[in-house]
Structure formats: C-alpha cells, structure tokens
Design a binder for this molecule. Sequence first.
Ligand code: GDP
Ligand code: MG
Length: 599
Amino acid sequence: FDQSHIRNFSIIAHIDHGKSTLADRLLEKCDAVPQREMENQLLDNMDLERERGITIKSRAVHLFYKAKDGEIYALNLIDTPGHVDFNYEVSRSLAACEGAVLVVDATQGVEAQTLANTYLALDHDLEILPVFNKIDLPAADPLKAKQEVEDIIGLPALDAPEISAKNGVNIDAVLEDIVAGVPAPSGDPNAPLQALVFDSQYDPYVGVVVYFRIRQGTLRRGQTIRLMATGAQYTILECGYLKPLGNEPTDALQAGEVGYFTASIKTVKDTQVGDTVTDAENPASEPLPGYRPAQSMVYCGIYTEDGSKYPDLRDALEKLQLNDASLTFEPESSVALGFGFRCGFLGMLHMEIIQERLEREFNLDLVTTLPSVIYHVYKTDGTLVKVDNPHNYPDPAVIEHAEEPYVKVSIITPNEYVGNIMPMCQDRRGEFKDMQYLDTHLVELHYQMPLNEIIYDFFDTLKANTKGYASLDYELSGYRPSDLVKVDLLLNGDGVDALSFIAHKDKAYPRARRLCEKLKDNIPRQLFEVPIQAAIGGRIIARETVKAMRKDVLAKCYGGDITRKKKLLEKQKEGKKKMRNLGTVQVPTEAFMAVLKLD
Ligand code: GDP
Ligand code: MG
C-alpha cells in the first residue's frame, strides 16, 4: 500500500468519554465487521474489559475507508489502555502513530486524563484531532467543552466534529478529519528494519503474537529477526494485518505499516512492549528510543484459601504472565497462610485485575495480604535492602535510615472542591506544590505524596469528596527519607506474619488500633481468652481481648433428633476446614479477609 494513503492513529480520552464506543463505530463505517458479528466494544476482548468498560491491553485494527475524495485509505487504529497504571503502554502505542483522535465527553469537558493523554500525544509530536461526543445527551454542552479544549489545551476546536458515538451520529466527519488531518507515515522501506513493539499477546496455538509498527525497512515471512533489548532471535513464521475477526497474513510489511507477526515465541517476556525488532543479519545501528522495562509499583502476597491449591495458583500465575510481562511473582511462605506468591503489579487496578482473573478464569479462592510498596532501607553496614514484604523488614537496630517512594500527583477539579481535597491530601502526608487555574472554574493541584498513601483508597475518597468530578493522575518521582516502622500483630502472644505492615510512624498507631478492633470483631470466641496486640519492636501499642467462651454446638439439642445433631456436627466440621491455625488461635478465613481489607 502506498505510504501516502496510510493513516496511523490512536484514540485518546479520559475514561468513559467514549473511546471504545467510537472505535466500534469506526469499524462499522469501514465495514470491518459484518453487522451480525458486531458486538459492542469489539476492541475490548477480555470479559473483564467489557464489564469494567476499560481497555486493559492495547489493540489495533487495519481498516479501509473510501473517503469523499474517492480514494481508498488504509487506517490503522491503535486503541490504548485507559488507566493511569498503564501509562507506559499508552506511550508506546502513541509512538506507533502519527495522529490521535481526542474524544471529549461534551457533558463533562476536559478531565485529568484528557489533559494527561493529550500531553503524552504531544510529546510524540502527534497531530491531535478533537471530537466532542455524547451530543445526544440533554446535558451535553459541546460549545463549552470546545471552549475548554481551546483555553486549557490550546488546540483549535470550534470546528471539530460533534458526535454521538452511541447513536452513530457524524462518524463520517471523524473519518474525513483523520484522512485530512493525520500525516501519512514516512520511512525508507529499503533501510535496515526498525519496528516498534507496542503490544504482544500469547496464543496457545501459535505462541506470542507481536504487534508492531515499522519505522523503516521491511519485515517479511521467513526473515530472521532480533529484538534489540532482550537479544532474542526468531524466524518469522507468519506476518500480516490486524483484522477484528481473524488476522490477514501477507508476505511482507513495509515502513509505515502496522501489523503482527508470529514466530513460535513461548513467552511475552522476550517481546517487551517498547522493544525494537530488527533484521538479525542486517541490523539497524540503533534501537528506537523510549524503551523501558516494566516496573512494579505495588506488591502483595497471594495465597489460596485451600492450601492444596498452591500448584494451581502457580500454573495460573504462569499462564497470566505469558500474556503480561509486567506481572511478577516469586514464591513466599507465611506461617499463617502457608505457601503462596509475592506478586508485583503496575498499580492497584492492575492488582485487582489479576486477582479477579485468578478467581474467575482459574476458579481459585484467594487470600491476599495488604498491598505494599517497595521501601528502601539503608543499613548501618552501608548496604541497601529493598523491602517489598513487611516480613523482610530489617531489625531497627541495624537500620541507618529508611526511604519510601513518592509520586507527583496531579488533581484536576472544579474549584468548589478544593476545600475538600486539600485536607485529605494533607492527611495523607501530601506536600502541596502549586495550584493553577485552567480556566475560570477548573483547577489543577499538584502534590508530592508518598505512594503508600494513595494506593489504598485515595482515588475512591477523592471521588467521594468531589461528587466524582475530580480526576487523578500520578507518576513516580523518587525516594525520600521517612520515619518508618514495622508493626507486628500478636494473637495470644504469637506473631501473625501475614498481618505485619510497614507504615509511617504517625500512621502506625491508628492503623494498628483499627486492625486490632477489626480482628476482635471477627475472631470467634475460643475456649480461652485471646489477647490481640500490635507491637513495634517489643513495645505494645494497641491491645484488644476476645473473651473466652465455652462453645458446645450440641448443648441446645436436648433429646433425640439425631439428624439435627449430625447436621450441626457437619456444619462445625465444615467451619473447621475454613479455619486457619494462627499459633494457638483458630481464625476463620473470612475474618482474615475482613481484616486484610482494612482500608
Ligand atoms: P471509554 O472508557 O472512553 O472507552 O468509554 P466507552 O466507549 O466505554 O463509553 C463509556 C460509556 O459512555 C458507555 O456506557 C457508553 O455506552 C457511553 N457512551 C459512549 N458514547 C456515547 C454517546 O455518544 N452517547 C451516550 N449517551 N453515551 C455514550
Ligand atoms: Mg474503553
């Protein structure tokens, strides 16, 4: 296909502004999918993505559009994930494009991700084409939204299409804008191959399917290629175009094109997002810029409720990892929970997604420990220990100082909520940086905050305090010294490793007290009195007691109803199975879960 007739673009938006719905309409308009096979949100393949209405992985499709000028154009639409956890994937997808359609919900106007994604797109020198969506809704105010885009982002927007992606209104105008506004790709098809990997996906039949955009050179079937960052080398078995229903193999793809290849690759680890594919014999002198290995921000322990399912959990994690190079795990064991894995995630959403998939797709009942960030502990002997599990926190006697990760937080909100937001940031040890008026009523606040303070419930609390209007974005900004302590939980004098946590010293006491109270409410009475204590080092900082009670389930069964007795005994047995022995104390798994969902 002639380069001048190719358009590579992405759709960017704040979450829920209609990106996936617009993608569906574009596919329809380009007859990429027969009507009867059209499902909503075709690009969001995973059940979970459809349910949650978010794109988790990037997707791409190859479309043909017959424009009003009578010419046929090849459009490569690259859909990007819509959550702050996946910002790096978004950046690689954008690097594969020349333009971006910026969807703005005309009932909401500009929100945090609208801005953040626009800045990302501008970083990649993309041409940005705004469109204003949801004009079918009575609350839509496209003119106001346009004014916001002009004032806040500085993009001309007054003539931009006003559409209803849901009802298919004005979709042609978007396609014409793409043809006219997105620059055609360039790049020498005869130069040494440089192709950017923007996504990859494991398929049990053909191995990893690698999605790429060719910057220069040609990629062909039978060619031996090398991935420049990982050094992995493969022979291409199949390459072609990405179609929504089954891919379309071809012999070769050239500079400017977007496509896929397979090469019997066993793991996505070899084909990291952001890596450069080159020819093994005639390699490019340099990889494409911007590669960075995936980095976990949040860790937690994952265990199965039924200890015998441990091998199933390992298999499941291995399977998920085939498709997700940013998921890390290694075995760990806990006295309280048995054998499990310490898993690393890009963020809390990523963590929830993985937990949900383990439970749904692999039928596992999980127990997870409190999420933790990585703390840097400098010891008196000059060594640095990176602690992602409270269990491994060094003895305070050998700690010189400790540091915790900070993030740069950006919150965009209507100004009437600033008074609610500031105290909640302060409460979470946020350090106010600045506040800017984006227009007469929209404000952007910047804070430096400990990552630890925002991973639990910050986002939900922010939404609750602003009637859902504020939006949040954050990025890691580095490590800072911090007064950290490790808090241990003791049941009947025995430490429960799975309940230890690391916290800033000002936060340790209230948190420990709540944990003790919650344990007290959830631990059934035992035959003896059970003290619940929280301790820092040897010092007890909180205490509760579960009173003793003699419990005889048959006590109330006078006389001879044997079936009822049996039932009760069975019920008790059933209950026992789900108990965990924590030292001398039996704790039902549910109690454990309730306590771990503390925040
Ligand atoms: P994304 O998060 O940007 O991909 O947004 P989606 O495409 O998933 O849309 C979010 C929600 O807005 C869904 O419930 C859509 O049905 C709805 N939606 C999208 N476009 C329109 C539109 O033009 N009009 C109306 N009324 N709803 C829309
Ligand atoms: Mg979506």
